[in-house]
Design a protein around this ligand. Structure first.
Ligand code: PMV
Length: 354
């Protein structure tokens, strides 16, 4: 008997222009466009195996070996239902001899090789890997942008992990969300020189989830309205140009400004949300000083920090500076409890430094 099973993996992406705020919470439509870099090495990935079998009783899911409930009407159920719908419409309705996999229950097992929900975007790689494995299982003849529309309904930022390199999530305007999708701005090969250093300040589970944090910000922050209307649209244009021109100084300036504004918007929320801690802020001070010296020498900015919904720093830099920055961080943040724990290079083939 035929076995219908497929495995796919997807990496984490780290936003330079942050997504923060939903205009539709069910479809996960954002209040602004965003742009990220997909990390390409093996450290931060989700790997998912999906299997369809008519003898299974119902859909089931295991995350890191533990079974999780698939809640009716929840995000996981929505993604699975959407993928089955695509299988029916794109394959079974057009080729009646194909097996009716859309009617079989699926069993799905997913593993992250990094701490879940520690501000390291585990939901992004998780839903991207889920959608990719089902797309393979169902042999869907559709583009990554089409799949990104479905991954988006699992976790907004997941839509960007369907592509490698530099990826924009266009917010779209249609109420059904069909144009709120990811597109590749440039492949990694366009600018392979860019590396990301992840400084794991804490791998604890984060305090305020992105879902509840965003909702509170949308409801209470006047600064968010300014950001959506007057800041992000121009930044999307400017950072895309910086990437296409391989202009690191501009890329770094925009990335840091947008991280700062995202955390300002979190602070502007009622009650306020604090994602960074003292170590996060000390890393910012270090990068600011590092850039000040470099700019004074006429070399422009050499590093860019960015923080998501947690205290961990991601530092973008060019390959030639990776060693120097790792040495600086290790010097100023010796490893001790509650402090900097780990740093490793990821994007563009950097060596692992510990
Ligand atoms: O997709 P979510 O719900 O995990 O939200 C991600 C939000 C940020 O990581 C803070 C920003 C981003 O664009 O990834």
């Amino acid at each position: 008997m035929a076995v219908y099973q497929a495995t796919a993996s997807a990496p984490v992406n780290i936003a330079c222009i942050k997504y923060w705020g939903k205009r539709d919470t069910k479809l996960i439509l954002p209040t602004n466009s965003s742009l990220s870099v997909t990390l390409d090495q093996d450290h931060l990935r989700s790997t998912t195996t999906s299997r369809a079998d008519p003898s299974f009783k119902h859909d089931r899911l295991w995350l890191n070996g533990e079974e999780e409930e698939i809640k009716d009407g929840g995000r996981m159920a929505t993604c699975i239902a959407e993928m089955k719908r695509l299988r029916k419409e794109e394959v079974e309705d057009k080729q009646p001899n194909e097996p009716k996999l859309s009617t079989y229950p699926v069993h799905i097992a997913s593993f992250n090789n990094f701490p879940t929900a520690a501000g390291l975007a585990s939901s992004a790689s998780g839903f991207a890997a889920l959608v990719s494995s089902l797309a393979q299982l169902y042999q869907l003849p559709v583009s990554p942008s089409t799949l990104s529309v479905i991954a988006r309904q699992g976790s907004g930022s997941a839509c960007r992990s369907l592509f490698g390199g530099f990826v924009a999530w266009e917010q779209g305007t249609k109420p059904d969300g069909s144009d709120s999708l990811a597109v590749q701005v440039a492949p990694q090969s366009h600018w392979p020189d860019i590396h990301a250093l992840i400084c794991v300040v804490s791998d604890d589970k984060k305090g305020t989830s992105s879902t509840s944090g965003m909702q509170r910000t949308v409801e209470t922050s006047p600064l968010l309205q300014h950001r959506i209307k007057h800041v992000v649209p121009q930044r999307m244009v400017d950072i895309s140009k910086a990437i296409l021109d391989r202009d690191f100084d501009a890329f770094a300036a925009i990335t840091m400004a947008d991280s700062n504004q995202f955390h300002a918007v979190a602070l502007d929320t009622e009650p306020p949300i604090f994602y960074m801690n003292d170590v996060s802020r000390a890393i910012i001070a270090l990068i600011v000083e590092y850039n000040r010296v470099s700019v004074a020498k006429g070399l422009g900015r050499k590093a860019a920090y960015t923080y998501d919904a947690g205290p961990n720093a991601v530092i973008y830099t060019k390959k030639e500076n990776v060693k120097e920055i790792v040495e600086l961080i290790v010097k100023y943040f010796p490893q001790k409890e509650g402090s900097f724990k780990d740093v490793f290079g990821l994007f563009g083939g950097a060596d692992v430094a510990k």
